[in-house]
Ligand binder design. Structure first.
Ligand code: URP
Ligand code: ZN
Ligand code: ZN
Ligand code: ZN
Length: 512
């Protein structure tokens, strides 16, 4: 049931729904169960000027304060989606929603901050971030930026420093796939990892073997229909390979990060293979974070074989959605992690660019609006995780997401001094998700009834009240807990003695 939500909602656009933003600067949320990652208690929450002021069992206020009754409901930090692409120019087109529209959808689903990926412009990070600053100007929700590194030279190295020291970013994504477009090779990956380490920034990877994916695509699978037929006839051999390619690249990135001794964040983990590589590294003490995404948790590959091109094409993303079983395994691995979406939505006209050649289907799925409900339904309703764990997974809470990106406790917590980004979730309310292009309606349990962003009620009574320019850019400082004491651990690279003239480092490596 929930697995269909992503499909149905993908053409849901909220870009037209806005009126005045809620104005009261003083709010009291009364009688709800306040949930943080470490603790839950029935309490009142008082908010003033966009900041949480106090949390106490009973708070008395005057008439000037707007009171929201949360009795019987959960009061939780708004979600942070660590992985989105709004207004992203990709594969010959651009994602459907701009920042404002995508953010409005997010707010309606209980997400109050997202981190988007800046793509360099003409090889320049500065020009790239300036373009994204412009795109984000009308934001109605708080946002931060990761920076994609798509080539390597001295300028890139200098610009990375600038991004961290002057632009408030602390994470860089390296693409090991999309050959001929965004992909970089291992030599540059190593350079990038070293630079990240020196800056206290987090290295992120899109882990697939780009050369092999490219080869496989060129060789056999040119058209959508042929692809479809060949794969049915060959027992998913191709897809099995594709899983190995994700596992391979994940392992490679992990080993290279270990070699450099820098923390690593693997985005959109879609397969058991990749997940197991991450688990193995974590067990050995390496600082590796895996990010499953809503689509990987909720969907399985059967959608890709839907006879209707439109339905199938909606599921096309990289790495691909896997066979049934991977979804459940990713869910089971979630208890200590976090969840993103990789929201990169294209409409059916855009997806149809690949109707005669599946390689041209713009890669990407939806989920920014559905993530909070999906995780609630899949993980909490099924009793796989507790409500406090839910906060940890979705809200970038005190321990995971927000801490990884060094924005805790400003985000991800209901504590005095935290931003008033709060959702009220009614566990006893079921609701329907519909999409204009579809006829069916689906029920789901648990509903975000109220979203408060920066102290403003932006979602209530199924109505959005968002306004241009109310979202703020959130700077994310370097040297998060992941960088703590990293040098004490030492690494192969730093243990290599300085290279005396005439002697290769390999000699030293041998005697080491
Ligand atoms: O298919 C995907 N994942 N599209 C978005 C770009 C990326 O690789 O994250
Ligand atoms: Zn990616
Ligand atoms: Zn992405
Ligand atoms: Zn339909």
């Amino acid at each position: 049931l929930m697995s269909q939500l992503l499909l149905l909602a993908s053409s849901l656009s909220r870009s037209n729904q806005f009126c005045d933003a809620g104005t009261s600067s003083k709010l009291l949320i009364k009688g709800g169960t306040v949930v943080n990652a470490h603790h839950q208690q029935v309490a009142d929450v008082y908010v003033e000027d966009g900041i949480i002021v106090s949390i106490k069992s009973t708070i008395m206020v005057g008439d000037e304060v707007t009171v929201i009754d949360a009795t019987g409901k959960f009061v939780m930090p708004g979600g942070t989606d660590p992985h989105t692409h709004l207004e992203f120019e990709f594969m010959g087109t651009e994602t459907v929603d701009g920042f404002f529209g995508g953010q409005a959808a997010a707010l309606a689903g209980g997400t109050t901050m997202h981190i988007d990926f800046v793509i360099p412009r003409k090889g320049s990070l500065t020009a790239g971030i300036e373009a994204y600053e412009k795109k984000a100007r009308k934001s109605c929700m708080d946002y931060g930026f990761h920076i994609a590194i798509t080539k390597w030279d001295e300028t890139m190295s200098r610009e990375m420093e600038l991004m961290v020291k002057e632009k408030g970013t602390n994470s860089f994504k390296f693409f090991m796939a999309y050959k001929g477009a965004l992909m970089i090779n291992d030599e540059f990956l190593l350079e990038g990892f070293k630079k990240c380490k020196s800056l206290g920034a987090l290295a992120m990877v899109h882990a697939e073997n780009g050369d092999a994916v490219d080869e496989g695509q060129k060789k056999n699978y040119r058209t959508w229909n042929n692809w479809y037929v060949i794969i049915l006839n060959t027992c998913y051999d191709f897809l099995c390979c594709v899983i190995l390619l994700e596992g391979e690249a994940t392992a490679r990135a992990i080993h290279l990060a270990d070699f450099v001794n820098t923390p690593l964040y693997v985005v959109h983990v879609m397969s058991i293979d990749a997940m197991e590589e991450i688990a193995k590294a974590r067990k050995s003490g390496q600082r590796v974070i895996g990010e499953p995404v809503a689509s990987g948790l909720a969907l399985d590959e059967s959608w890709l074989w839907h006879p209707d091109f439109e339905t199938a094409a909606k599921q096309v993303m990289s790495p691909p959605i896997r066979k049934r079983g991977h979804d459940k395994a990713l869910q089971a691995s979630l208890s200590t992690g976090l969840v993103g979406t990789d929201r990169c939505a294209f409409n059916s006209t855009q997806k149809a660019l690949g109707i005669d050649d599946f390689q041209k289907i713009p890669n990407g799925v939806n989920g920014i609006e559905e993530r909070m409900h999906l995780v609630w339904d899949i993980m909490v309703e099924s009793v796989q995780i507790s409500v406090t764990d839910y906060v940890r997974l979705t809200s970038t809470n005190g321990c995971q997401n927000a801490r990884i990106f060094n924005i805790c406790p400003r985000k991800g917590a209901i504590l005095p001094g935290s931003d008033a980004d709060i959702i009220i979730l009614n566990p006893n309310s079921s609701f329907e998700i519909t999409a204009k292009s579809h006829h069916s309606k689906l029920d789901t349990n648990g509903k975000v009834e109220v979203t408060i962003a920066g102290g403003r009620v932006v979602w209530e009574n199924n109505e959005l009240k968002v306004a241009h320019g109310t979202g703020r850019y959130i700077k994310m400082p370097p040297f998060s807990y992941l960088s703590d004491g990293i040098d004490k651990k030492g690494c192969l690279l730093s243990k290599l003695p300085p290279s005396p003239s005439g002697e290769s480092q390999i000699q030293h490596l041998k005697s080491f």
